[in-house]
Design a protein around this ligand. Structure first.
Ligand SMILES: Nc1ncnc2c1ncn2[C@@H]1O[C@H](COP(=O)(O)OP(=O)(O)O)[C@@H](O)[C@H]1O
Ligand SMILES: [Mg+2]
Length: 288
């Protein structure tokens, strides 16, 4: 008989009446046999993987491999033809994007989606919309700092300040994001996703279009989010070198299908991965 449920790493422990603890088959995050087609094009075909709590798990693949489509399936933008997705034992598919976000799954987009004519603080504040009971920005202003709405807004702003601290965004806190460097905008987008206080963060090519210094910074922030906040990270990336440093495990896909899964070293050397990237050598910087 089951007595208690308690989280442990990527598994949920079931304590049975004998007093022995048994690990159930309930990983932190699991994708099973996911498939979706657009017209005749099979964009994802039989994609399965599991992520343990606290891991940085990367999915790599050439352009058009199906990486963004996978995120769109997970967070409810697309409805897959087949497959299942579980987060902490709860089914994810069939929910709308805001419901998926409420489960604790946040995401960033491949192309920056910020409000250019709003400042950094307010852009990150937008990430807290799920928590706001009163309208954005109107709390303290409309009803006074001591009203419920005012207190609520102050609490949210405090959370946003913590994120600004964590990501070292003080210098640009009150600046319009439209005029900021590309790399800084990507960090602000990361901050906005963190404002949701997610347990799982989906990052779609967070280093795309960055120079090498900006890339190093972004890698540092991603590591920090894992270490300091304990957030589990699912990262999709085209640039293989970027994921080598930070990923615990990698799944390589091409034409919507899995090629191999393993440690960064294993995946990097895999002949089918090399073949998939053939012709893109400049992008991934292979020496041989
Ligand atoms: N809404 C859509 N309608 C039609 N085709 C799509 C749609 N979304 C993605 N695709 C196709 O699915 C394939 C995978 O795209 P995508 O997931 O964006 O690749 P990646 O992110 O790995 O570069 C591409 O061939 C793309 O054109
Ligand atoms: Mg993409």
């Amino acid at each position: 008989m089951i007595e208690a449920l308690s989280g442990e790493g990527s598994f949920v422990c079931l304590r049975i009446s004998t007093g022995r603890e048994v690990k159930s088959l309930m990983p932190f995050f699991k994708v099973e046999n996911l498939a979706i087609s657009f017209g005749g094009l099979r964009a994802l075909n039989d994609i399965s993987f599991e992520i343990a709590q606290g891991e940085i798990y990367a999915i790599i693949g050439p352009n058009g491999a199906g990486k963004t489509t996978l995120f769109n399936c997970i967070n409810g933008i697309y409805r897959p033809d087949r497959g299942k997705v579980w987060f902490k034992g709860e089914p994810v598919l069939g929910k709308k994007p805001d419901r998926v976000a409420r489960m604790g799954i946040a995401r960033t987009f491949q192309n920056i989606e910020l409000f250019n004519n709003m400042n950094t603080m307010d852009n990150i504040m937008l990430g807290r919309h799920l928590y706001l009971k009163t309208g954005l920005f109107h709390g303290a202003f409309m009803w006074g700092r001591r009203s419920f709405a005012g207190k609520e807004e102050i609490r949210h702003r405090r959370k946003v300040e913590e994120i600004i601290d964590l990501l070292d965004l003080h210098a640009v806190r009150d600046k319009f994001v439209g005029g900021l460097p590309y790399g800084t905008q990507k960090v602000i987008e990361l901050g906005r996703a963190l404002a949701l206080e997610p347990e799982l963060l989906l990052l779609d090519e967070p280093c795309a279009g960055m120079n090498s210094e900006e890339k190093q910074d972004m890698i540092f922030w991603i590591k920090d989010i894992q270490d300091e906040l304990g957030v589990t990270i699912l990262l999709i990336e085209h640039d293989m070198n970027m994921v080598m440093d930070i990923s615990d495990r990698i799944l390589a896909i091409n034409f919507g299908s899995p090629i191999t899964e393993g440690t960064p070293e294993d995946v990097r050397k895999h002949p089918d991965v090399l073949k998939a990237y053939l012709g893109e050598e400049e992008d991934i910087g292979y020496a041989a």
